[in-house]
Design a protein around this ligand. Structure first.
Ligand SMILES: [Ca+2]
Ligand SMILES: [Ca+2]
Length: 219
C-alpha cells in the first residue's frame, strides 16, 4: 500500500530536519575539536620555545613577553622564567585537556576536575590553559594554571543537608562557563572570597572578555 502524500511529505520533512541537525551538529563538534587541536599545538610549540630559550619564538606564541625578556641585561632572569614555565607545565598531557571553550577573542582548554581528597580537606583539582587570539584569529598563550584547586571544609555533619559529593559539586558548578564557580560569583558564602560577577553572564561588564579571563589573565 502506498504512503499517503501528506504523510510522505511529513516523512521527508522529518528526514531533512534530522540530516540538517546532524550535519550542523558535526560541524560544531568538528570546530571545537579543531580549536582544541590548534590551541594545544600552539601550547606545545610555546613550551618548546621556552625550553630552547628562543625569545623570538616565545614572543610570537604568547600574548605578552615578560619584561625581563625585553632587555638583554636581564637575559638570565628571562631564561629562568622560561625554565619555570617548562617546569610547571612538563606534566600536562594533551589527552587530559578534553574540554574547550572558545569565541572569536579567547580560548580556554581545561581538564576535567577530579576529586583529590585527604583526611582533612576535600578538594577538586584541574588545569587550565588560557589563550587570546591575535588579529588573524590564531591562539597565543595568555596564561597557565596547571593546578587549579577548589577546596572546602566538609560541613555535612553540621548542615545535615549536603553530603561530600554534593558539596564538591557545588564548589565547581559554573553555570555560565567562565571558569569562576557559581559560589564565587553569587557571594552566598560569607566565608569565601567573592567576585560579585554575574553567575549567569559570562562577560559581566560586556567588554568581550569572559569574567574568568579578566580575573586570571587580563588583569
Ligand atoms: Ca561562573
Ligand atoms: Ca568582561
Amino acid at each position: 500500500m502506498c504512503m499517503p502524500y501528506r504523510k510522505f511529505v511529513f516523512f521527508l520533512l522529518v528526514v531533512a530536519i534530522i540530516v540538517v541537525a546532524t550535519v550542523f551538529g558535526s560541524f560544531g563538534q568538528e570546530s571545537a575539536k579543531n580549536v582544541r587541536i590548534q590551541a594545544w599545538g600552539v601550547f606545545e610549540n610555546y613550551l618548546l620555545a621556552n625550553q630552547n630559550h628562543d625569545v623570538g619564538a616565545v614572543s610570537s606564541l604568547t600574548r605578552k613577553l615578560s619584561d625581563a625578556c625585553l632587555n638583554p641585561e636581564t637575559e638570565s632572569e628571562c631564561f629562568a622564567r622560561m625554565d619555570y614555565v617548562v617546569e610547571v607545565a612538563k606534566d600536562l598531557k594533551e589527552e587530559n585537556f578534553t574540554n574547550v571553550w572558545f569565541d572569536e577573542k579567547q580560548i580556554i582548554l581545561f581538564s576535567d576536575f577530579k576529586p583529590d581528597n585527604d583526611d582533612v580537606v576535600s578538594r577538586y583539582k584541574g588545569s587550565y590553559i588560557f589563550f587570546i587570539r591575535d588579529g588573524n584569529g590564531n591562539p597565543q598563550v595568555a596564561g597557565l594554571d596547571p593546578e587549579r584547586v577548589w577546596s572546602f571544609k566538609d560541613n555535612s555533619e553540621s548542615s545535615g543537608v549536603l553530603d561530600v559529593e554534593e558539596q564538591l559539586q557545588n564548589i565547581i558548578d559554573d553555570r555560565d562557563s567562565d571558569t569562576i564557580p557559581d559560589v564565587y560569583e553569587t557571594c552566598i558564602n560569607p566565608e569565601e572570597e567573592c567576585d560579585g560577577t554575574n553567575p549567569d553572564k559570562r562577560d559581566t561588564d560586556g567588554d568581550g572578555w569572559w569574567d574568568g579571563m579578566e580575573e586570571f589573565v587580563i588583569n
